[in-house]
Design a protein around this ligand. Structure first.
Ligand SMILES: Nc1ncnc2c1ncn2[C@@H]1O[C@H](COP(=O)(O)OP(=O)(O)OP(=O)(O)O)[C@@H](O)[C@H]1O
Length: 271
């Protein structure tokens, strides 16, 4: 594996009983890229994401981060290796403030023990100050600074999506996985969040892997796109290549595999 590859899926197969959700799926994610996984409903996108983060056990194959296997590690060890993810529908307890919700992302970085924290020892206090500074910085970056003391459950969807990203960034990941980051947002909100994703990538030197149905966003922000259908990779290319790919057009429109017409291309690209 070249050093320009941060994440590699090698022949991953995931089964749910008799359903083969992923069938020997392989692809590489280049370091520093924004890489999208797309595909029609039931293609295996969420399963692929879950396999990358230890949520769905894989039947065979390997997931490698910087050449080392991730697929046998429990979720918390995967986070410790520099991988963080967002979830689509996070239900937050009423009592949690936005600041608390972001601080959850710092959890695995906490070094001070329970006792030191309970006794307010200097090590715990300085750690808490550093955590608070990071929470404030990320809240500022994602437009949440004036909502930090509000109940997290009171945020409108657009801000909840941003809070999810801020929480994941609090873990200081090298690789950030975004699960449908703009689902449910309007065009202006999607565009703004797409810009924020790019900004975060630049600022933190991140690699971003995202699953998304919004083709306009995918084509605008991604450097590379992997297309799944029925648990198999049917295309793996730059966005321009994927847009023109007859197999991709066919997967989305259920048509015969032919050269796409201009309207078909527009249907896929959203434009
Ligand atoms: N927990 C599960 N138990 C049984 N079958 C499952 C489970 N999770 C996913 N599947 C099946 O695996 C296949 C892939 O599902 P997956 O949710 O990964 O697709 P997807 O591309 O994310 O779809 P969508 O875009 O609709 O979210 C589907 O046939 C689905 O029904």
């Amino acid at each position: 594996m070249g050093s320009d590859t941060i994440l590699e899926a090698v022949d991953i197969t995931v089964r749910f009983g008799g359903v083969v959700a992923l069938d020997a799926v392989s692809f590489r994610v280049a370091t520093g890229a924004i890489h999208a996984i797309i595909g029609p409903n039931g293609a295996g996108k969420s399963t692929c994401f879950n396999a990358m983060t230890g949520v769905s056990p894989i039947a065979s194959g390997q997931v490698r981060l910087d050449g080392e296997r991730l697929d046998r590690l429990p979720g918390r060890r995967i986070v410790a290796r520099g991988v963080a993810r967002t979830f689509q529908n996070v239900v937050l307890p009423e009592s949690l403030t936005v600041a608390d919700a972001l601080r959850v992302g710092r959890h695995h970085r906490t070094r001070a023990g329970l006792l030191a924290t309970a006794l307010g020892l200097p090590s715990a206090r300085s750690e808490r100050r550093a955590d608070d500074a990071m929470v404030r910085d990320l809240a500022q970056l994602l437009g949440l600074a004036d909502r930090l003391d509000d109940p997290a459950s009171s945020l409108p969807l657009g801000l909840r999506k941003k809070a999810e990203i801020a929480r994941a960034l609090c873990a200081e990941p090298r690789l950030l996985l975004l699960d449908e980051p703009v689902a449910g947002l309007n065009d202006a909100e999607s565009q703004e969040l797409g810009d924020k994703i790019r900004e975060c990538r630049e600022r933190f030197g991140l690699t971003v892997l995202l699953v998304e149905h919004d083709m306009e966003l995918v084509m605008r922000v991604s450097d590379h796109v992997t297309v799944l259908q029925s648990g198999c990779v049917i295309a793996d290319d730059r966005p321009e290549g994927v847009q023109r790919d007859p197999a991709v057009i066919s997967a989305y429109l259920g048509a015969e595999v032919t050269e796409p017409t201009a309207p078909e291309r527009e249907a896929i690209t959203g434009g």
